[in-house]
Design a protein around this ligand. Structure first.
Ligand SMILES: [Zn+2]
Length: 481
């Protein structure tokens, strides 16, 4: 059984309890003040946006939102925690008893319980690898707002854990409350794992792997820990509770400390903050301003734009990408299944390719949605072939302004338009038959699969511009005389 604890940094401009900036790229120790450094006599003030963001995540994960909660102090000493405690929530998490649905590889849906989502502040950062005999401390991260999303131990494989983490990340990004950046640590994950011997009811002791900072590490670490616990159990011994670290180099997990040594954090109610009361009114306001969630949007795209589930899933995975597609759809002159599918193909293949090559997001993609709609229209009305549409797409990318792009479109659409003039195509077909007497003979004596060879030659000769339907008709007519 696998349970995940995910720490997500909230995208507020300022810290949880003071007005310092949360900017990750600021120079060390520049975003600090007496409050987040824990000077005596300073009082924290709660960031309202942080509560709003947490409630958003709570609603998106079907949690109950607690109307009355308090903050707690979690006491421990660490050099990068000058206060000597972290402000967090202990027995009254703001959100609790929720769930999300994940899609499994076999296409089935599985419900994963969310135990709680609570608010806490981050600690500073100790940097040990700058000097051999010195540790540097950066307090910028002190007081940066986090939420911790704790799941039930409902996952039973690394694939399920991966799907769950991916869904949580997608939801956070959709809500625009976290940037999903695991490398910069704004999304981190701990995994709890316990095994049960086949045919027995009792669950083995769990262990906890700390600080996994990529999807690959989460999967690999869980896999490694399952292997380790299996070999412990199979040798007749017992698994004991440990906090584990994962070593990505040799793909192994190792114990850091036993439970006996684990901290007693001496939680008590934070005396410097007032009780947090969420009014019905405010809750409704937050709920009314939520975006359409990814699952719902995927289903709507399937219905409204006649897209297959996998295409719809692909487009709606990223909110901004889905917005772009909807913008293309609005600009299409024909709003029918064929037209939406053509647009979807261009967006998923050509647009995505450019984004991947240039490593840019859809917001930085240069062509306006209207341009993609024009290309799709051109294919659908039979003016240009799909091959030509790709060329037009590439040509348009060289335009510097929207105006220039549109003039490139008009020019290239004219140059690349499909030739449907039967007499013009007939002369090409005749030429190809005349210059390939051997194949012609073989075709006539029954080798019908050579039809493809002739179509290819004609298309090549016409530089891909001949209308394929007319080419086929003429070939049959002229070859079978
Ligand atoms: Zn501060």
């Amino acid at each position: 059984m696998i349970g995940l604890e995910i720490h997500a940094q909230m995208k507020t401009n300022t810290k949880a309890f003071c007005r310092c900036s949360t900017d990750f790229h600021s120079s060390p120790n520049s975003n600090v003040c007496p409050v987040c450094l824990g000077y005596p006599g300073c009082l924290p003030v709660l960031n309202e946006k942080l509560i709003e963001f947490t409630i958003k995540m709570g609603i998106a994960t079907n949690c109950t939102i607690r109307s009355n909660s308090i903050f707690a102090r979690k006491n421990y000493f660490y050099p990068d925690l000058t206060k000597g405690y972290q402000i967090t929530q202990f027995d009254t998490p703001l959100c609790y008893e929720g769930h999300i649905n994940i899609k499994l590889k076999n296409k089935e849906t599985k419900k994963i319980g969310i135990t709680r989502i609570h608010i806490e502040e981050d600690a500073g950062k100790s940097i040990h690898d700058f000097h051999d005999d010195e540790t540097l401390i950066d307090f910028n991260r002190c007081g940066v707002p986090l939420i911790e999303i704790v799941s039930e131990p409902d996952m039973n494989s690394t694939d399920e854990a991966h799907q769950y983490l991916s869904k949580i990340k997608q939801t956070l990004i959709y809500l625009e409350i976290n940037d999903g950046n695991m490398e910069e640590g704004s999304l981190r994950c701990d995994a709890n794992i316990s095994l049960r011997l086949k045919g027995t009811e009792t669950l083995g002791t769990r262990t906890e792997i700390k600080n996994l900072n990529s999807f690959k590490n989460v999967s690999d670490a869980i896999e490694a820990e399952i292997k380790r616990q299996t070999s412990v159990l199979e040798s007749g011994e017992k698994v004991s509770y440990h906090t584990m670290t994962y070593n990505a180099k040799d793909k192994t997990t190792a114990a850091t400390r036993t439970k006996e040594e684990a901290h007693d954090y001496r939680y008590f109610p934070e005396p410097d903050l007032v009780k947090l009361k969420i009014s019905e009114d405010w809750l409704r306001k937050v709920a009314d301003n939520l975006p359409e969630f990814p699952d719902k949007r995927r289903d709507r795209f399937m219905k409204d734009y006649f897209l297959p589930e996998s295409d719809s899933e692909e487009i709606t995975h990223d909110r901004k990408f889905a917005d772009y597609f909807e913008n293309v759809a609005v600009n299409l002159s024909d709003k029918n299944e064929r037209s939406f599918r053509t647009a979807s193909n261009i967006v998923r293949a050509e647009v995505r390719k450019v984004m991947n090559e240039k490593k840019i997001g859809i917001n930085e993609f240069p062509l306006p949605a209207k341009a993609i709609a024009m290309i799709a229209d051109s294919v659908n009305s039979g003016k240009v072939s799909i091959t030509a549409s790709k060329e037009i797409f590439t040509l348009m990318l060289s335009g510097k302004s929207e105006e220039e792009m549109l003039s490139i479109f008009r020019e290239s659409e004219k140059n690349l338009s499909i030739v449907s003039d039967t007499s013009e195509i007939e002369s090409i077909v005749k030429k190809i038959i005349d210059t390939n007497p051997e194949e012609t003979q073989r075709y006539k004596s029954g080798e019908k699969k050579l039809a493809g060879f002739f179509v290819g030659k004609v298309m090549q000769e016409s530089k891909g511009k001949a209308n394929p339907k007319i080419v086929n008709e003429l070939l049959i007519k002229l070859l079978e005389v």
